[in-house]
Write a protein that binds this ligand. Structure first.
Ligand code: WT7
Length: 653
């Protein structure tokens, strides 16, 4: 056997700093440092140049236009995401290439391979189904689907006819689904009867039924994933396979305006109410396409696996649109990494010869816990590049991923971005590097970002500040919060004005401009890579009528990064018990879903409050983290802190 090519080399001068090798530089789309300076000198020109790589029905008249809260890209251009994902490849004779590999959870079920031509047919048919249900350009369509190919079919079909989709994560509760459907004003929902999770059948239809109640949804399309025995409401519910049978395969992609809404995706803000992040068509297409291509070094024949769920922005951009616009094969996995055993991920990589793996630090920490023997059993030599996303990665997890999974060959691309940014924003490029544990890298070419102090002045290398994005904004940046532009303005453009987008993330940079993200500076937690507001968990718990007051703070967690901890004051006369704890956990599951469940519920008799009656969450946070509590002289009830120290077993002083 020949020596494997070493793709990554260690910097002899510095520990844990890695650089691409000559081979990697040769094959990467960009390997010359000068790309950064060039793009920075004229970011608008940079994006416009790369926009030319996509298919436009009509070229745009103007590249970029800025007005407060109304910046625009590719003005006057006509484009379609689905056309760029499907038709473009078929036209050049690539219709027989595999677009999707679906790995079902049950190991006795065969994986499914869908070519670009087949996907094109499915998407066109389903687009016609949507039309027959009265869906028109601009109508929002709810999607509540598990990790099955129909999720991509549904999203692509919406994109094809210009009906913005609003995907809701399938593990979200009926209440969460309902709120999102109402806010988006959806009249059609696409769901499934269920799916497999750790060997069990999960009944999704039941949640969908509960979730559509009280909404404006008139038609529910149900994909049959299980045995099809789910009860159907006559006049409202329709089987996907029955509708598809009679549908025409002819559905030309709608010529959409570059600034037309392509989708809404709800994400947590600092309040209890999630916000519907709006994304465009043209700008989103260009940045999704280019970041997927350059960051993951996508080439013909690649088998790209992003392990996120389609319900998150990572799944939207790097399972669906990004890889498909690049004409590579995208893997969709229905199940969970520990079923039927801890080797599942590695068996999938071996079986399908995955070339790039894109996953989250939480998953990596779990793999480390499960033991090196699991990945060691499988042939992972097809891997050429690794990606990480969603939360800061720790040094140990980075090095383990690099050595045990990447065999020291594969660069790790640590991508920082947000639901709001639509696509990657900060990361090292595979052909340029450097690859440094815990450091994401430099802003992607054409992204103008810096670390500012609270007054808006860039900080010196090494100092902490807030990572901020400058106009000309990257083309995929959100254009607003659906139905709430006031909140949009307050959240992102009040700190530094309309030309600087406030990200809510803390960060620092080194002399070279490499950025380390230190985490959220607002009350948004990052739980196992999932975004969650403390206020959401609080308002969920407050719905239980035994609760008098509640405060939720985050606490670091070895595996999940962060977890919510809830302080609960019960109503007079109610004694804390294990039963009530369970009931409260149930309330959170019902309102948010399992992702919102607190790691711990602490029953207390009092919580620290300011003189004006506001709960001092800063104090609670210090208590659960064993950090210095700081000044509490302005509290209305300083005694409460002593009581709480006892309750939580505070070891901070
Ligand atoms: C928040 C956005 C972007 C897709 C997944 C999450 C954190 C994201 C990184 C990273 C450190 C990261 C930030 C950000 N985050 N990527 N590579 N290193 N932190 O999207 O749910 O909108 O969450 O995730 O705190 O603000 P999201």
């Amino acid at each position: 056997m020949s020596e494997p090519i070493k793709w990554v080399k260690k910097d002899p001068a510095k520990e844990n700093v890695f650089w691409p090798t000559e081979e990697m530089k040769k094959q990467a789309w960009v390997a010359d440092e000068s790309i950064y300076a060039e793009a920075k000198a004229d970011p608008v020109k940079f994006w416009a140049q790369h926009a030319e790589e996509l298919h436009w029905f009509k070229r745009w008249d103007k590249d970029y236009e800025f007005a407060p809260l109304a910046y625009k890209w590719f003005i006057g251009g006509k484009i379609n995401l689905s056309y760029n994902s499907l038709d473009r490849h078929i036209e050049v004779g690539n219709g027989d290439k595999v677009a999707l590999i679906w790995e079902p959870e049950p190991t006795d079920e065969e994986p499914l391979k869908i070519t670009y031509s087949q996907l094109h047919t499915l998407v066109s048919k389903f687009a016609n189904v949507l039309k027959s249900l009265g869906v028109k350009k601009g109508d929002r369509v709810g999607i509540y689907l598990p990790m099955i190919p129909e999720a991509v079919v549904a999203m692509q079909a919406c994109a094809r006819i210009g009906a913005p989709h609003s995907v809701v994560f399938s593990a979200f509760s009926p209440d969460s689904l309902r709120d999102r459907l109402i806010d988006a004003g959806a009249k059609v929902l696409i769901t499934a009867d269920g799916y497999y999770r750790r060997g069990k059948q999960i009944n999704l239809k039941k949640n969908a039924d509960a979730g559509v109640e009280g909404t404006g949804v008139e038609k529910v399309v149900v994909v049959k994933r299980l045995d099809g025995s789910a009860p159907m409401t006559p006049g409202r519910d329709l089987w996907y396979h029955e509708l598809m049978e009679g549908a025409s395969e002819d559905c030309p992609a709608e010529e959409l305006d570059a600034e037309d809404l392509s989708f809404l995706l709800y994400t947590s803000g600092t309040t209890g109410k999630p916000k519907g992040i709006m994304h465009t068509t043209g700008g989103y297409a260009v940045q999704s396409y280019l970041t997927a291509k350059w960051n993951f070094d996508l080439h013909e024949g690649d088998i790209f696996w992003c392990t996120a769920d389609v319900g998150w922005i990572t799944g939207h951009t790097y399972i669906n649109y990004g890889p498909l616009m690049n004409g590579v094969t995208s893997v969709i996995f229905e199940g969970s990494p520990d079923f039927p055993d801890y080797g599942r991920f590695w068996s999938i990589i071996e079986k399908h010869k995955v070339t790039q793996l894109y996953t989250a630090p939480t998953a990596i920490r779990m793999f480390i816990k499960w033991g090196d023997e699991w990945p060691a059993k499988y042939d992972l030599s097809s891997l050429r590049l690794l990606g990480t996303v969603g939360e800061p990665i720790n040094v140990d997890a980075w090095l383990w991923y690099f050595e045990r999974i990447g065999g020291g060959r594969c660069p790790i691309i640590d991508t920082w971005w947000q639901t709001e940014t639509g696509a990657n924003m900060v990361n090292s490029l595979p052909g340029i590097g450097p690859f440094i544990p815990t450091v994401a890298g430099r802003p992607f070419p054409g992204v103008i970002a810096d670390i500012l102090d609270s007054g808006g002045t860039p900080v010196k290398p090494g100092d902490g500040g807030y990572i901020t994005i400058f106009s000309p904004f990257p083309p995929a940046l959100t254009r607003g919060i659906y139905g709430d532009m006031e909140r949009f303005k307050n959240q992102y453009f009040s700190d530094y004005g309309p030309e600087r987008y406030f990200t809510s993330d803390g960060a620092r940079k080194d002399e070279m401009g490499n950025i380390r993200i230190t985490g959220r500076v607002d009350d948004v937690m990052n739980v196992a890579g999932h975004r969650l507001a403390t206020a959401e968990v609080e308002s969920a718990l407050a719905q239980n009528d035994k609760v008098s007051e509640v405060a939720v703070v985050s606490r670091p967690h070895e595996l999940k990064g962060e977890v919510p901890v809830a302080f609960v004051l019960l109503k007079a006369g109610i004694t804390p018990s294990e039963e009530i704890r369970k009931e409260l956990m149930g309330t959170v599951t019902k309102v948010i879903g399992p992702t919102g469940r607190p790691d711990e519920i602490i029953f207390v008799e009092d919580v620290p409050k300011t003189r004006s009656g506001k709960i001092m969450r800063r104090v609670l946070k210090a208590l659960v983290r064993n950090e210095p509590i700081g000044d509490i002289t302005t509290l209305q009830n300083p005694d409460s802190v002593d009581h709480l120290k006892e309750v939580v077993g505070y070891k901070g002083e």
